[in-house]
Design a protein around this ligand. Structure first.
Ligand SMILES: [Zn+2]
Length: 96
């Protein structure tokens, strides 16, 4: 992934973090964390599954990038509940 793309994801996540009304928790209590994010280009669902945050947006799910502004924003906003390592940073992968 291009580093500039990653930077744009982080910038977008920071904007979301400043707007808590974007985060709508749709599960609670004993259930796994599930959050609807009202994103700039539509709503997306972020789920905590087996200690990892998953998103249904195009960048995450279909392009297989494994990271997006939504999971980054949810990781921060719900940091009390999200375990370490729930978002895998692409640049931590071994260089090819
Ligand atoms: Zn997403």
């Amino acid at each position: 992934m291009l580093q500039s793309h990653l930077h744009s994801l982080i910038a977008k996540a920071h904007r979301y973090q400043e707007e808590p009304e974007r985060f709508e928790r749709i599960s609670g209590g004993e259930e796994a964390l599930r959050v609807r994010v009202h994103g700039a280009n539509g709503d997306h669902e972020v789920d905590l599954v087996d200690g990892r945050l998953l998103c249904d947006c195009d960048g995450f799910a279909h392009r297989g990038e494994g990271i997006c502004a939504h999971v980054l924003a949810v990781e921060y906003h719900f940091r009390e509940e999200v375990p370490d390592g729930a978002v895998e940073w692409p640049f931590s992968a071994p260089a090819v």
